[in-house]
Write a protein that binds this ligand. Sequence first.
Ligand SMILES: [Zn+2]
Length: 193
Amino acid sequence: MRRRLFSILSMASLLVCAAVTALWVRSYFATDVLGRERMYTTPNTHERSTLYLIAQRGRLLYDRAWYFEQAPMTLELGERVYPMHHYTVPEFDFAEWLGRRDGFRLLGFGWSRTQRPLPEAVDATRAAVPCWALWLSSAVLPWVRWRQWRRRRARRRRGACLACGYDLRATPGRCPECGAVAAAAADANAAAA
Ligand SMILES: [Zn+2]
């Protein structure tokens, strides 16, 4: 059962890894945005909250902001909501986007927060994760799974115990080292375990 779960997780992880690879390559040709916005306007206030997930130049960017302005408004009153949708924008400067005063930048990672008081209040958080970090973390499970598969294949070929690698040519049937039932039976046992 645990082995089964591990297989499913590594397969899912492999799919994520493939998606990250595709997005990574694409991010050098187009800046993709998944964005959602909400605005609320009264005669004297204007509130806006935004969330953007952006892929650009080998980075995934998170951009969440809240703006609140107090002044007489000439905008259309009431609430306007733009649900999450996808679009592309021209490439922009990463350092400028992240801001320079607060936060940090390191190896493609980045984080910043901007806060300003009324009458034009802002609370914005921006974060960046490099694609290589996402790629590495999603590649670990598939890599471990592939190594296991290769080791088991090698053991099967040379007639060794699939569980521990002990040479079974003299004692086919059951492994004297770890007690596992050999060959096909061992396979079935391992799959069931
Ligand atoms: Zn064994």
